[in-house]
Design a protein around this ligand. Structure first.
Ligand code: UD1
Ligand code: UDP
Length: 380
């Protein structure tokens, strides 16, 4: 029996991990024993527990309850806790997702103890090292023995950094295996799409059934923590809501909720809060999010996951960042990078109003990426 220790902590990782847990439960329960460690990076019910309840993820075997803090304090507490669990469990692989501080902590703890790391979502690069996530993902990739890239661009990034997609087993950290296997989030998008239609009443609750609306999420630190950028984003949202009469649903990350009070100009904040068209709500569940994405007319976001889901559900996407790791959706013309620039955001909005994208060729695999990961873990 192969023993894997999965590290999760932030919302998108919990959601990604659901795909692998589902594949294990369905087809590999007799061959893979998954132990789950939650670092506690995200801890509000609507940022964590809701996904376990809704997506059938087994409860974590360990929770470090690390909570929020500076990068150093948070990551250090995680490394310490993960190290103890690795020593106790002696897993065959540590499985890591994405690029958060929980990912970084897992990579550092495992590599120092000589435990092989499998990195799901390897190879993504923004080429912007001022992003904490860029440092986390580069470090994690270079600590990994198995690298699972969701995209062709990811594979190419890895080969530019000296990884070989042609290496053969047995793999180790100095001779890693690199795979282009599709995206576990596409697995989830396919699996939960119909379930979301059947099980959630979010559209009715928000009185949006049959109505046109835009979905927006904002949480990146360089958008929430820099007043000028946050004001530019919210002022364009207010403009779209008032001048174009668009309803805009904003499930707000707790970080953003805190920062709009601190950073938005008073008149803008009053305008946002009093606009009937701007629907600010707490974070929603994954099934609710899928419903909002599927039934929206456009998506405006700085989230990595939501950018891709815009593509999965065939929606135009405005990316509130200076660059993206998901370059293929921009190349395909279905997403536009505007950064936090008011004029760029408004012109991208007008562009998509006039030219709604029609073609979304498959880019993220066949919905079986998690099965590919399981097969690879078992065969290497
Ligand atoms: C983290 C990841 C980011 C990812 C995002 C997903 C890092 C460096 N960043 O950013 O890559 O896109 O998660 O959502 O790992 N908070 C709460 N309740 C919670 C969690 C957070 O109130 O359950 C608030 C706290 O004020 C906290 C702030 O949000 O200080 C930021 O949380 P943190 O986990 O440090 O970073 P995120 O911005 O969530
Ligand atoms: N998500 C969710 N509820 C929300 C906002 C996002 O379930 O209120 C989901 C979203 O569908 C996607 C994931 O969270 O699958 C993305 O996470 P997030 O935007 O927090 O982080 P990122 O992907 O940018 O790292």
């Amino acid at each position: 029996m192969l023993k894997i220790l999965t590290i999760i902590g932030a919302r998108p990782q919990i959601i990604k991990a659901a795909a692998l847990s589902r594949a294990i439960r369905t087809d590999y329960a007799d061959r893979i024993n998954e132990i789950i460690l939650h670092t506690g990076q995200h801890y509000d019910d609507n940022m964590s527990q809701v996904f376990f309840d809704e997506m059938g993820i087994p409860p974590p075997d360990y929770n470090l309850n690390v909570g929020s803090g500076s990068h150093g304090k948070q990551t250090a507490a995680m490394i310490r806790g993960i190290e103890e669990v690795i020593e106790k469990e002696s897993p065959d692989y540590l499985v890591l997702y994405g690029d958060t501080n929980s990912t970084l902590a897992g990579a550092v703890a495992a590599v120092k103890l000589g435990i092989p790391v499998a990195h799901i979502e390897a190879g993504l690069r923004s080429f912007n090292k001022s992003m904490p996530e860029e440092i986390n993902r580069i470090t994690c990739d270079h600590c990994s023995t198995l690298l699972f890239s969701p995209t062709q661009a990811g594979l190419e990034n890895l080969s530019r950094e000296g990884f070989s997609a042609n290496s053969t087993p047995p793999y180790n950290i100095d001779h890693p295996g690199v795979f282009h296997c599709g995206d576990v989030m596409y697995d989830n998008a396919l699996f939960f799409s119909e379930i979301a239609e059947q099980q959630t009443g979010i559209l009715k609750k928000l009185e949006l059934t049959g109505k046109r609306f835009i979905l927006s999420t904002i949480h990146r630190d360089n958008n929430t923590d820099i007043a000028e950028r946050l004001n530019a984003i919210f002022s364009s949202i207010l403009r779209i809501a008032t001048d174009y009469g668009e309803a805009i649903v904003l499930p707000l990350h707790p970080r953003t909720l805190k920062m709009i009070d601190r950073h938005l100009d008073n008149t803008l904040l009053d305008g946002i809060r009093s606009s009937k068209n701007i629907i600010m709500i707490p974070p929603v569940s994954f099934l609710e999010m899928i419903m909002l994405e599927k039934h929206s007319s456009m998506i405006i976001t700085d989230s990595g996951g939501v950018q891709k889901e815009s593509y999965f559900y065939h929606k135009p996407c405005i990316i509130l960042r200076p660059e993206t790791e998901w370059v293929e959706i921009v190349e395909n013309g279905t997403a536009v990078i505007t950064d936090a620039d008011r004029e760029n955001i408004l012109s991208a909005y007008q562009h998509f109003l006039k030219n709604p994208p029609a073609s979304f060729p498959p880019l993220y695999g066949d919905g079986r990426a998690a099965w590919f990961v399981c097969e690879t873990l078992l065969s290497t």
